[in-house]
Design a protein around this ligand. Structure first.
Ligand SMILES: [Zn+2]
Length: 245
């Protein structure tokens, strides 16, 4: 699943179309394509894994889900995968195998922008308060809570927990204050590093534990386990990552 940084990169690719008018729209998404034609793309906003193409009174919300993708100027996948194509005088954008919805712009005002780990409104104190209300949740699940850490996905989860030395099944309420703060700080730091590595096509070579077998610190075998309520793959070292429960 594309994580927040990948969505931010998509925004950068789409950005040249901001301010341009949509000349045509097609695709098999279950939305009224007629609404889009003639509308100006005012701006592109992202919130975690969601992208909003903001038009006059409505926005197109795009969520790439597990296998979604996009291209610009050239259709790279067959029509059956094409959920939405937007055409402009200068080119086109294509979205495949993803969820597309039209939302009223008023919806954007209901979003808690402070929860976007890559956003300019990110508020660590706000995240801390929300975590305090989830004492019984495993930290592996908490990092994937999009209401708290919008944009964090499974890779970021695994790498952050290794970096701060916390075992994924630790309970949020049992973490010492310094570790709780580290979860919050590193969720954002790592997301920005992810962004730069992804931009330079060197993301995977920076993974320390995600999909790995051997701990880069102590050389022991890493544990691979589907942890928490989210049952997403965790990779961790029982020596270097402490369980707080
Ligand atoms: Zn280790």
């Amino acid at each position: 699943m594309p994580e927040g940084p990948s969505i931010l990169l998509m925004k950068e690719v789409l950005q040249p179309f901001a301010g341009a008018r949509i000349t045509n729209a097609r695709g098999n998404a279950k939305i009224d394509m007629g609404v889009l034609k003639g509308k100006k793309l005012i701006e592109i906003k992202t919130f975690g894994k969601q992208t909003f193409l903001v038009l006059d009174t409505v926005s197109v919300r795009i969520h790439l889900l597990m296998f979604g993708s996009y291209s610009v100027n050239e259709q790279t996948k067959p029509d059956k995968s094409l959920r939405l194509a937007l055409f402009f005088k200068t080119g086109a954008m294509y979205f495949y195998t993803c969820a597309i919805r039209l939302v009223e712009n008023a919806f954007l005002e209901t979003i808690d922008w402070k929860a976007d780990v890559l956003g300019s409104d990110w508020d660590a104190g706000h995240a801390r308060k929300k975590l305090k209300q989830l004492p019984d949740m495993m930290v592996c699940d908490a990092l994937l809570e999009q209401d708290v850490f919008s944009g964090v996905g499974n890779i970021i989860k695994n790498e952050v927990l290794f970096r701060i030395g916390v075992q994924p099944e630790s309970l949020v309420g049992s973490l010492p204050s310094t570790k709780l703060n580290a979860v919050i700080t590193e969720a954002r730091n790592y997301s920005f590093e992810f962004l730069e590595w992804k931009r330079a096509f060197v993301l995977k070579q920076h993974w320390l534990v995600h999909t790995k077998r051997i701990c880069p610190k102590c050389g022991a075998q890493l544990v691979k386990k589907y942890t928490g309520k989210t049952k997403r793959r965790s990779f961790y070292c029982t020596t270097d990552q402490r369980l707080y429960n």
